[in-house]
Design a protein around this ligand. Sequence first.
Ligand code: BTN
Length: 274
Amino acid sequence: MIMKIDDINSCSSSFLNYAVLYKEEVDSTNLWAKQLAKEGAPEGTVTIADAQTAGRGRLGRVWASEGGHSVYMSLVLRPQIAPEQASMLTLAAGLAAAKACNDIYRKHTVQNTPEVAAQIKWPNDVVLSGKKVCGILTEMGMDGGEIAYVVVGIGINVNAKAFPKELCHTATSLALETGSQISREEVIRTVLEEFDRCYRQFLETGNLANLLLEYNEMLVNRNREIRVLDPKGEYGGVAVGINEKGELIVNKKDGTCVEVYAGEVSVRGIYGYV
Ligand code: BTN
């Protein structure tokens, strides 16, 4: 199913100069974007595919990517930041995606829609009704000790009507949640517009100071009991929010407070996915 690239290019961004590229099928839009970045593609290059044959998720997982109903997109960035700041960018992207899903959700539901319907499961999954609707994979290319490029890959379940048995309790789509068929071009345009703003605000300070309030307001883990799945040892606590570095502040049962760095760690709610 071909997407209407003109509809996507009509997005109103003031900071990034987007150049959108589309293929019906690709191994992974992240791999494609990384290849283009290595060949010199400028910041703002966006790769989009209808289907991916080797979609990749966080922590080495597979991202199921059949064609016809979802969004698979990757952005090439060239931020002048230190490598250790790049993990914050992934949270800024999560916020942008969550804002976009929230906008779309609110537009397509009629009454009594809460202001914050889409939420963020730290660090950057977007959830609706407690189920995942969007995931983000950020990858970085280095040149000497410096960042040559960052690729932010975003996968959004837009019009999927059903999920395999192993995912149906944890995954959802915008269409399932709103009861409406959603234009993928509109989703992509909204993500690009929100990302333009969040990226600019992130670069202003080089951390999440400008985005902290918005992020914490959307954080589904906030004030909830969670398990921190740290490869060095799992533990529990109550998440209070993120700090300016994007670390999750967790009050442990023993009275200590830890700041969890995203890297190899993920969290889950004690009663299920969130
Ligand atoms: C996650 O595990 O939650 C991250 C999923 C990221 C999937 C997107 S789809 C577009 C881009 N291309 C990929 O191969 N992965 C990302």
